[in-house]
Design a protein around this ligand. Structure first.
Ligand SMILES: Cc1cc2nc3c(=O)[nH]c(=O)nc-3n(C[C@H](O)[C@H](O)[C@H](O)COP(=O)(O)O)c2cc1C
Length: 222
C-alpha cells in the first residue's frame, strides 16, 4: 500500500486554540448533548455540548467537556450540575436543530432558553432537571465525578439513571433503537453539522468469517 503524505502537528508546539481547531475538525462527527439543568432555585437552563459521549455501560457513564468562561468561571450548565448533582442529556434530532442553536446564544442570566427556543420542558422521572418534549430521547443523569484537567475545561461524568425514548423508535423486545426514527444530528468542525440518515449495518466478522471472505488466515507477527 502507498502511504499517503501527511502533515504531523506536534501538540506541544501548538497554542490551545490551534489544538482545538485540529481536534474539532478531526474527531467527527461528535454527538450533541443538549443539556438541561436547574439552578438551586429551580430555574431551568439548556445548552448544547458536543464534547460529549457515552463511555461505559456498567456503570452507565456519559461525559461532558465544559469549557470555562473567559473570566475563569464555570458555564451555567457546569455550575448547576455542581449545585444540584443532576442533569439531563437530550438528543438533538434534525427537527430540533434550530431550537438547539437558540439555546447556545450567550443570553444574560435569568433568560429562559427553552421558552426563547419554543421548546417544552417535561418533569424528570428521577432527577430535578426536566427533559425536552421535542427531543426523541433523553438521558437522566446523576453527577458522578468532575475531572479538573486544567484551566480551560472541566470534564463532567454523569451516571445515567434512566433513558426516555420516543415510542415507535425503540423495539421494546430487542431494544434496537431505529436510527431513522432518532434522526440524530452530529457536530463537525467549525460551525458544521451532519445528519445521520446515511446509516448502514456492518457486523464485526469472526476470524472464520474473515478467512472465508478473504481466502487467507491472518498473519502471525509475534
Ligand atoms: C453544537 C454546539 C456544541 C457545543 N459544544 C460545547 C462543548 O462541548 N463545550 C462547551 O463548553 N461549549 C460548547 N458549546 C457552547 C455552549 O453551548 C455555549 O457556551 C452556551 O452558551 C453555554 O451555556 P450555559 O452557560 O447555559 O451552560 C457548544 C455550542 C454548540 C452550538
Amino acid at each position: 500500500m502507498t502511504v499517503a503524505d501527511t502533515t504531523c502537528f506536534a501538540f506541544d508546539r501548538l497554542t490551545p486554540r490551534e489544538r482545538y481547531k485540529i481536534l474539532i475538525g478531526t474527531v467527527v462527527p461528535r454527538p450533541i448533548a443538549f443539556v438541561t439543568t436547574v439552578d438551586k432555585a429551580g430555574a431551568v437552563n439548556a445548552a448544547p455540548y458536543s464534547f460529549f459521549n457515552c463511555l461505559s455501560a456498567d456503570p452507565a457513564i456519559v461525559a461532558l467537556g465544559v469549557e470555562y468562561r473567559k473570566d475563569g468561571t464555570s458555564k451555567d450548565t457546569a455550575r448547576n450540575i455542581a449545585d444540584t448533582g443532576v442533569f439531563t442529556v437530550n438528543i438533538v434530532s434534525d427537527a430540533v436543530l434550530e431550537a438547539m442553536n437558540v439555546c447556545a446564544v450567550p443570553f444574560p442570566p435569568g433568560i429562559d432558553e427553552l421558552a426563547a427556543a419554543g421548546l417544552t420542558p417535561v418533569a424528570g422521572a428521577r432527577v430535578a432537571s426536566p427533559r425536552i418534549a421535542e427531543c426523541p430521547a433523553a438521558l437522566e443523569c446523576r453527577h458522578y465525578q468532575t475531572l479538573h484537567i486544567g484551566r480551560s475545561r472541566e470534564i463532567i461524568l454523569g451516571e445515567v439513571l434512566c433513558v426516555h425514548l420516543r415510542s415507535g423508535i425503540v423495539d421494546p423486545k430487542t431494544l434496537h433503537v431505529d436510527p431513522a426514527g432518532l434522526d440524530a444530528i452530529g457536530r463537525m468542525g467549525g460551525h458544521g453539522y451532519i445528519r445521520t440518515r446515511d446509516s448502514f449495518d456492518l457486523p464485526t466478522m469472526t476470524v472464520g468469517e474473515y478467512a472465508a471472505r478473504t481466502g487467507h488466515q491472518p498473519a502471525i507477527t509475534k
